[in-house]
Ligand binder design. Structure first.
Ligand code: ATP
Ligand code: MG
Length: 523
């Protein structure tokens, strides 16, 4: 009978006695329920969940550090800090046997390999891997499940994940933890707090399962685009490893040694059948994709593989070689005009550098001067801090008007309009201060701004340049945009260490501490 079958399964599972007793009781109960009743189904599903959860089942960790290192390198280029941290974790694990795992948070722009690195970490440790996406999760019950009295009740995502992991010590990826939502239905982050807290997660309670479940052997890894969006108490429990965007040279390496071979394989092609010349690859990186990570780059290579496969199948050719010249035949016209952000020096237009959750980006700030009464207009979806920063910039110019050779009464005769295009993307932060001043001075004096200069820095009312964040991401984006010269706050000089060699070679970085220096260099 059914009950006998379930009892037999119960014999074969590894679980604590309390768990086995509970299952046994439920089976007894099931036997007493008439087979036709709906309740039978509910009880049966519950028993099946309990039987299938890995209560004690465990995989053996592979504690060979050299092998782990090899696997991590096999899957990803670079990412040294993150890989190093994983190897340290392994080493400690080897020494102490049982350790409360650190909770790593891989943070960075899209497509830099966060999700795929987590998968690789599982492989290098020899553990099972599960991933759940927290993007859009807004309800505690999604984490912790519904009580069984609720129609169609199910365990929450954590327990579901454990079931599909099949062992009690998997690498468990909580993807996109910064995209979790919060509303009147409850706060999923408090349930997650229990999941991630080593003092509480030995007895994690799911509303559906009812029995405490031990999560303490799980290695949790989280990912986020914007660390600032992670609820503070959760963030306090994690160790953040930041992954910045890649430089062109790094992308070229990644494409050559990882993405291209991977896509060839997925499309059943050999290296002889399809080649991409180096110049063509560079062109893809520069003119067909514009991103901090490599996701579009990978997608573009996949497109080429697909088109090549089709041509090969059509039978008129034995091998396809993609060159800089024939690239448009496959991909159409260039999508990004590299280094052509501004074709000539403009009056009142200055390139700023912004830090966003998708990495750095260049930001063109436009100012026009119109007859009026000294009104300051701001458009382009600027946040509060940015608006204040524009006010400060305006006041600074007024106080220094004679120095800039601007009529001292300009603010009685003209309105100033500051616009930052791409209105759909909200922008905020004080770091466009010096850029706004430069654009205003240029517009008021009719002196054009060199188009290959970009700048970032906060400004005080007296014209001092204050430090900013994200210099590395900003300089990567300046490089992508074909900028030659970056002005940055002197107090950020220490951050130059983090900037890749190839970027330091290609761009000139000039530290500035006062607005006067900025104007001298830019105008
Ligand atoms: P998102 O924030 O959008 O989720 P992500 O950081 O999780 O992005 P992935 O999906 O992990 O990005 O990476 C996109 C693709 O790029 C994957 O196929 C991944 O293998 C590849 N990739 C990223 N970085 C590297 C790298 N350093 N070496 C090799 N491949 C890489
Ligand atoms: Mg991801």
């Amino acid at each position: 009978s059914e009950a006998e079958e379930l009892r037999e399964q119960l014999q074969n599972i590894e679980a604590a006695d309390t768990v086995k007793e509970k299952i046994s009781k439920e089976i007894d109960r099931l036997e007493k329920i008439p087979t036709s009743s709906a309740e039978g189904g509910v009880v049966r599903t519950y028993i099946e969940w309990l039987l299938e959860l890995p209560w004690e089942k465990e995989t053996m960790d592979d504690l060979d550090i050299h092998l782990a290192e090899k696997i991590l390198d096999e899957d990803h280029y670079g990412l040294e800090k993150a890989k190093e941290r994983v190897l340290e974790y392994l080493a400690v694990q080897k020494m102490v046997k049982v350790m409360k795992g650190p909770i790593l948070c891989l943070a960075g722009p899209p497509g830099v390999g966060k999700t795929s690195l987590a998968r690789s970490i599982a492989r290098s440790l020899g553990r099972n891997f599960v991933r759940i996406s927290l993007g859009g999760v807004r309800d505690e019950a999604e984490i912790r499940g519904h009580r069984r009295t609720y129609v169609g009740a199910m365990p929450g995502r954590i327990i579901q994940g454990m079931k599909s992991a099949g062992s009690k010590n998997p690498v468990f990826l909580l993807d996109e933890i910064d995209k979790m939502a919060m509303d009147f239905r409850g706060d999923p982050s408090s349930a997650l707090l229990e999941v991630l807290d080593p003092n509480q997660n030995t007895t994690f309670s799911d509303h559906y399962i009812e029995l405490p479940y031990d999560l303490s052997n799980v290695m949790f890894i989280t990912t986020a685009n914007a660390v600032s969006q992670i609820p503070r108490p959760l963030l306090d429990r994690m160790e953040v490893l930041t992954i910045s965007g890649y430089t062109e040279l790094e992308k070229e390496q990644i494409a050559k040694t990882y993405l291209y071979p991977k896509q060839l394989k997925e499309h059943g092609l050999s290296k002889e059948q399809m080649q991409i010349k180096r110049e063509a690859m560079l062109k893809i990186i520069r003119n067909y994709t514009r991103e901090a990570g490599v996701r579009n780059l990978e997608r573009t290579i996949a497109t080429l593989c697909r088109k090549a496969a089709k041509q090969l199948l059509a039978g008129n050719r034995k091998r396809i070689i993609i060159t800089e010249k024939n690239l448009p035949q496959y991909l159409g016209a260039e999508k990004v005009r590299y280094g052509k952000a501004e074709d000539e020096d403009h009056i009142g237009v200055v390139t700023g550098l912004a830090w966003t959750e998708v990495g750095g980006d260049t930001l063109s700030i436009e100012v026009s001067v119109l007859p009026g009464k000294g009104k300051l207009m701001l458009t382009g979806k600027l946040g509060d801090v940015m608006q204040e920063s524009a006010q400060a910039a305006f006041s600074y110019i007024r106080s220094r008007a004679d120095f800039f050779n601007i009529a001292p009464d300009f603010h009685e005769k003209y309105d100033i309009h500051i616009h930052i295009p791409e209105g759909a993307t909200p922008k905020d932060g004080p770091s466009a201060g010096i850029t706004m001043v430069t654009a205003m001075v240029s517009a008021l004096t009719d002196i054009p701004v060199s188009r290959d200069v970009a700048m970032t820095g906060e400004i005080t009312l007296r014209g001092r340049v204050l430090p900013i964040g994200g210099l590395k991401e900003k300089s990567l984006s300046a490089h992508r945009a074909g900028i030659k010269h970056v002005l940055f706050p002197k107090e950020n000089e220490k951050d130059l260490e983090d900037i890749p060699e190839s970027i330091l070679n290609d761009l000139t970085f000039t530290p500035v501490s006062h607005m006067d220096e900025v104007l001298k260099l830019a105008l």
